[in-house]
Design a protein around this ligand. Structure first.
Ligand SMILES: C[S@@+](CC[C@H](N)C(=O)[O-])C[C@H]1O[C@@H](n2cnc3c(N)ncnc32)[C@H](O)[C@@H]1O
Length: 283
């Protein structure tokens, strides 16, 4: 059975900006911030376009208005920068329409862009008057451009010799084609990243025991990938229904039955008390 220390395994129901500003212990730093924020595209009204039954979609998608997007981005990025270790990394997931805002604010704060990755998915929103968009933008930023973790051989070894390194080379190209996962007929959150995508992002940029902070938790899929990679995980979600879904989803996909129950009990406690420093471990 895996040993879990809950101080490093928490999900929190709250606004990530407020939680980090008001409740986060000063000395607590993380290795990687994962941020898949609302895109500012009025997503919550689009169930029809997304070809799904809205009765299966949990919670109220918390969008951010276009006019507020710059101040919203600056606020969460500032907190992310503050609680990241000096050699820490930030992954952001963005739509192409507002990525420039996130990028400008991130660079302004002192983040350094390491890579931009295009995630080409198997989904597109029809539009007769322009090109049909079928990608999201993943950006990897480092606090220090000369000191951050990147493991180029985490999925395929580097093989020396002409024509022999095809797998490693192909896997590290900056366009990734990974299908979305559809939970047809099942309960779901408004938008869940594919496990394969999140796992690839984390494999290259984390190692065992890294602490990952997921500012916009959603379904909890980043937590599942973090667990499978032996990392520690803290996730924050504003919407209570989505938070409750994530809690169920995480517990169903990770720990043994005894661990799950203890975790659920702890979370009930945590939601009420909203305290960080409790630390329960299970042997
Ligand atoms: C794009 S979704 C994240 C999806 C998630 N990565 C997944 O794969 O399931 C953004 C999530 O952030 C939540 N959210 C919006 N504003 C927030 C805030 N200020 N603090 C925390 N969560 C927020 C939304 O309710 C939504 O669930």
């Amino acid at each position: 059975m895996r040993k879990i220390t809950y101080a490093n395994w928490q999900i929190i129901n709250g606004n990530c900006i407020d939680v980090l500003k008001n409740d986060w212990p000063k000395e607590r730093k993380v290795d990687l911030v994962f941020a898949d924020p609302p895109f500012g595209i009025n997503f919550g009204t689009n169930n029809g376009y997304y070809n799904r039954d809205k009765n299966n979609v949990v919670g109220k998608y918390r969008e951010v208005k276009q006019e507020d997007y710059q101040s919203f981005s600056a606020a969460w990025l500032e907190q992310a920068y503050r609680i990241l270790k000096d050699n820490g990394l930030l992954w952001t997931v963005s739509g192409w329409t507002n990525n420039h805002i996130t990028r400008t604010e991130a660079l302004h704060l002192g983040f350094n862009l390491v890579n931009e990755v295009i995630w080409k998915h198997n989904f597109a929103t029809w539009n007769p008057s322009k090109f049909i968009s079928t990608h999201y933008v993943l950006s990897l930023y480092a606090k220090n451009p000369n000191n951050y973790y990147f493991n180029p051989t985490c999925r395929f070894p580097i093989v020396k010799g002409k024509g022999k390194n095809k797998e490693n080379y192909a896997d590290r190209l900056s366009v990734w084609e990974i299908p979305k996962e559809y939970r047809r007929g099942k309960e779901k959150t408004p938008n869940m990243l594919p496990y394969a995508l999140v796992t690839k992002m984390l494999q290259y940029t984390t190692k065992k025991d890294f602490i990952i902070l997921d500012l916009f938790l959603g379904s909890g899929i980043v937590g599942i990938a973090a667990y499978d990679l032996d990392c520690k995980y803290i996730g924050i979600e504003l919407d209570e229904k989505i938070f409750r879904f994530a809690r169920k989803f995480l517990s169903a996909n990770t720990w043994s039955r005894e661990d799950k129950q203890a975790y659920l009990d702890f979370l009930e406690y945590f939601v009420v008390s909203n305290e960080f420093e409790d630390c329960i471990s299970i042997d």
